[in-house]
Design a protein around this ligand. Sequence first.
Ligand code: 5GP
Ligand code: MN
Length: 342
Amino acid sequence: MTDNLIERDKVDALKRYINTSRRMVITCHISPDGDAMGSSLALCRILRNAGKEVKVITPDTPPKYLMFLPGAEHIVVYSRFENFANKLLAETDLIFCLDYNDPKRVDLVSPGLLASPAPKVMIDHHLYPDTFPDLVISHPEVSSTSALIYKVISAVGMQRFIDFEAATAIYTGMMTDTGNFSYNSNDPSLYRIIARLLEKGIDKDWIYKKVYFNNSINRLRLNGYAMSQKLEHFAEHKAALITLTRKELNEYHYQKGDTEDLVNRPLTCPDIVYSIFLREETDYIKVSTRSKGSFPVNKMCSEYFNGGGHLNAAGGEFYGTLDEAVARLHEAMPEFDHYLPE
Ligand code: 5GP
Ligand code: MN
């Protein structure tokens, strides 16, 4: 149970930082997902309700399906407004680092972030937090940074600033990082939080539809094609692989996010323990992995694909051709056989 988990000294330190700061910047990881966006926009809203001047910076453009989140239209996208974003980072009183554990995850934002004289507060749930922030509130046992934001805000006594908009953003992150409460979702405190968010008026059914009913015909067809033509099964390794080339993506008019759920699908087979998706980008191969039980895809990604992540959901980047990435995977699979269940 993770009801009162934030250490007292960290709560006090965070209160001091908030009380002594007027301008604040919130950063989250590249290719922001529901949790990165949800936690950032919730914290932004809460701090603004408390009278602070707050800006959210994302490294790149957030996906369209998350633009319904309150405040999303005011996000400063670093890749589009680099100078403005760097000025914000340089002149702010406090920087929050949400839903990432390493400056590499904010990509081009990282030089301006690290150079800023402002104190930095990390609030995150990934393993192995980096030591660059002045205050690290890291709880990998919490299933989303958004749930952690709720707990942190409660701990510092700012719960009254959580309004309908902030509650909507928090719920979105909690929902997306648990696959609509289908994994990492047995902690009873999650449901106590949800009860509070419902009391703030959130419409969880509406949020579900906003996030998950966002298919396009092209996306449906691309996913159908990947599933019927591009799924490889390695029965001896209890693994599944899907690859998509640039050419194939272009044929289906690929838009960012169109392959989001693809890697999860093979895990619906009882005999598949882990799943890998390789997508050809212009200058590298994006690796996305998912697993069940104690099979550590984060270890596979960090050792073979310049990445990392969670035990059951990880990713990385491979610099080479798609065929070379597949060859790399063939090297990795036998090395990980001993993690397979009996
Ligand atoms: P996804 O497959 O959805 O892109 O990523 C799943 C998880 O893997 C993310 O939440 C993140 O924790 C991690 N991840 C994805 N890509 C990378 C990467 O390039 N480097 C690292 N260190 N982690 C990644
Ligand atoms: Mn997260």
